[in-house]
Write a protein that binds this ligand. Sequence first.
Ligand code: MG
Ligand code: ZN
Length: 384
Amino acid sequence: MKKILLYTFVILIINACGTTKTSTTILPSKDDIAIKTAPDPISIGIAKKPRNIILMIGDGMGITQITAGLYSNDNKLNLERCKVIGLHKPYASNKLITDSAAAATSFACGVKTYNGAIGVDADTMPVKTILEYAEERELATGLVATSTIVHATPASFIAHQPQRKMYEEIARDFLDTEIDLFIGGGKKYFDRREDKADLLKILESRGYKVGHYAEGDLPKKLETEKNYAYLTSDSDPLTKSAGRDYLPHATKLAVDFLHARGKGFFLMVEGSQIDWGGHANDSDYIIAEMLDFDKAIGHVLDYAEKDGETLVIITADHETGGYAINPGSEMGKIEGAFTSDYHTADLVPVFAYGPGAEAFAGFYENTAIFDKMMEAFEWTTDDK
Ligand code: MG
Ligand code: ZN
């Protein structure tokens, strides 16, 4: 395909220069071959500043989780399409082994903080998130997760609470930011609350189109006039193997919806349950969730490839389980082993694609994910 495009381009240039010889046979020159084998400038990100950023977090997705997914899927993953790879240091401010709240807050706010912190620093002071900066600068914003939407990872991008378990308070924080779209579980934290408030009604009164699992599946297409909220379950969504299948579709819906807003966007998509498979020391659970997340990655990269103005960053908050692929494993059959039922302190891989991607090569703190996203957008923080 690229070859044909290249030749067409050469012919067009020749025509543009007024050459009238129509029967010239054009053979690839040495230079043409060099162009063809060089990495695509969009994929390594030297093109320009991005208009959109999509941050994809595989919770608990260490190198082994990725490898197990790869070898269980005919030795291929969409993740391989990213040509820029880095490593981040995932430790928390108070513990070497981070939890998802501290880690997501580092991505969202650029600060190291304590385990359990949601969008607050080590002194429990609220810190503005990348999603809030995006809202302020009138970009469209979105969150998609396969946990509840008030769970640590998505919550850290929109809420400011001293403890991750404060689900009802986190749900209320969704009303403080005019997020354009969110899709995830946890309906009960919005409409069956201790304070009896019905946050879904409040969202509706503020012009959101609100949907939930009990009324039917996610629509095939979304109307784009109204903001959109969809609750996929009352509490935790099902596992992939128990029948949950919304993540790839929800991701595609979210991207198309935010794109249609026509003003640039920030979207965070989480494959939440790779981590839960690690906690359960269940290899099959990890693999099913990993491959589901990789499908969502495929949709995002298809979009980014076409769009050319979207920076995609794919990473994890930490590894979970001390997962290893043990002897006895074969291609298509993983013998998983675990050293822990909690997170580990392993370095975490970062994959990037699109304009600005090259900044994600190298070795850095998890807080640098925030810094690099801000730099890609050419934004500065309020305190600078
Ligand atoms: Mg999570
Ligand atoms: Zn976990």
